[in-house]
Design a protein around this ligand. Structure first.
Ligand code: ADP
Ligand code: ADP
Ligand code: ZN
Length: 215
């Protein structure tokens, strides 16, 4: 399974990518997770990304593309991958096409997870992320057994600084302006499958698997 998950911030890309990665035993490549891990460790990449991520703006394409190129070149991507949150701009989509051609890899599908904008505020505000392993929870829709503690690793859960109603609006504007051309590009190639993201998590997973299953 070589797929891209697309959708607005809070649509459930990360949640679904983690579930599919575990079930299919393939890597989950989230540009947002890689930026946050680097920010947490204070690396040069993290310091550069932080000013953009905290503002709700996209990190520049050259930085993001180079990071994904490194990751896709690793051996574990040969058997499959789930790209979560990349590509998000037309430039990134072009760059990805070049990377895949160089690696002799092809895409099975681009899954667009649809969730109406008004539902995204509650999803983002209630999101909690593990500082240690990056696992995602929701205070209401997917709570951990012990509040504030990761079920998987016992790490501390925190609220992302960009998960406020105000920052979400900036991110949604970025999404609608910059990511719409990416969807059009993949639509022209007949790769886009749309899945309803406003249903229980397991139902969304089943719908994604069905959408990308080879006939
Ligand atoms: P994205 O990666 O698209 O930004 P996430 O997967 O992090 O989205 O999900 C955003 C928030 O919504 C998280 O707190 C997550 O637990 C919750 N969530 C994800 N999928 C669903 C769903 N189908 N129903 C309700 N809440 C969900
Ligand atoms: P969400 O799915 O909720 O939008 P992510 O974790 O995917 O959140 O992304 C968080 C932030 O990381 C984005 O707002 C942006 O600043 C940065 N980012 C993630 N992916 C990209 C990308 N492909 N291009 C540029 N910036 C990105
Ligand atoms: Zn954890």
């Amino acid at each position: 399974m070589h797929i891209i998950l697309m959708g607005p911030p809070g649509a459930g890309k990360g949640t679904q990518a983690a579930l599919l990665a575990e079930q299919e035993q393939i890597p989950h490549i989230s540009t947002g997770d890689i930026f946050r891990a680097n920010m947490g460790q204070g690396t040069p990449l993290g310091k550069l990304a932080k000013q953009y991520v905290d503002a709700g703006k996209f990190v520049p394409d050259d930085v993001t593309n180079a990071m994904v190129k490194d990751r896709l070149a690793q051996d574990d991507c040969k058997k499959g991958f789930i790209l979560d949150g990349y590509p998000r701009t037309a430039d990134q989509a072009q760059a990805l096409a070049g990377m895949l051609a160089d690696l002799s890899l092809s895409l099975d599908g681009v899954v667009k997870i649809d969730v109406p904008d008004p539902l995204l505020v509650e999803r983002a505000e209630g999101r909690r992320v593990c500082r240690n392993c990056g696992a995602t929870y929701h205070v209401k829709f997917n709570p951990p057994a012990v509040p504030g503690v990761c079920d998987k690793c016992g790490g501390e859960l925190y609220q992302r600084s960009d998960d406020t109603a105000e920052k979400l609006q900036v991110r949604l504007t970025e999404y609608h302006q910059q990511t719409a051309p990416v969807l059009e590009y993949y639509q022209s190639k007949g790769l886009v499958k749309t899945v309803d993201g406003d249903q229980p998590m397991a139902s969304v997973t089943a719908a994604i698997k069905k959408a990308v299953a080879k006939v």
